[in-house]
Design a protein around this ligand. Structure first.
Ligand code: GDP
Ligand code: MG
Length: 162
């Protein structure tokens, strides 16, 4: 069976943009409005000749109360189905309470996690990602989903985690 990578994180951190980068196509829905990914959506991916399935997540209602709880619940389902998890954070924002809630679920899941520090569009932003070591999830892979920066190293780490 083809291994499954779940992509989880808060709305607007760039999960769907990163999924498009990983699959090398523009299929995952990217919007400036948080939470537009309607449900968990699977895509076929391949890196260095190894096939895997990428599951993009979203599906919460941004207008509803308890947004953080909805995100955590979505993440929990996706993590449970996955062989490894790509946890995406916005390096320009840093860690929020919602991020921290997802980290708790990740720890409890005991799944292999690759930490992506997204929106590192330039060298200067890389310094801001350094604090993400504190999450205890290993090396933060600095990437720019928008420009493709750093995605090769991240994909190598994903293959090692799957
Ligand atoms: P999702 O809600 O986590 O799936 O986030 P999206 O992929 O829909 O992206 C949310 C917004 O962040 C969009 O406006 C993207 O263009 C933007 N974005 C995504 N990745 C990057 C990045 O690497 N750098 C910058 N500057 N913006 C990004
Ligand atoms: Mg999305």
């Amino acid at each position: 069976p083809v291994p499954i990578l779940a992509v989880v994180g808060r709305p607007n951190v760039g999960k769907s943009t990163l999924v498009n980068r990983i699959i090398g196509r523009r299929e995952a829905v990217v919007e400036d409005v948080p939470g537009v990914t309607r449900d968990r959506v699977s895509y076929d991916a391949n890196w260095n000749g190894r096939a895997f399935t990428v599951v993009d997540t979203g599906g919460w209602n941004p207008d509803a109360r308890g947004l953080a709880e909805q995100i955590a619940a979505q993440a929990e389902i996706a993590i449970g189905l996955a062989d490894a998890v790509l946890f995406v954070v916005d390096a320009t924002v840093g860690i929020t309470d919602t991020d921290a809630a997802v980290v708790k679920i990740l720890r409890a899941s005991k799944k292999n996690v690759v930490l992506a520090a997204n929106k590192v569009d330039d060298q200067r932003t890389e310094a801001e990602a350094y604090g993400l070591w504190n999450l205890g999830l290993g090396e933060p892979y600095c990437v720019s989903a928008l420009h493709g920066r750093g995605s090769g190293d991240m994909l190598d780490a994903i293959l090692a985690a799957l």
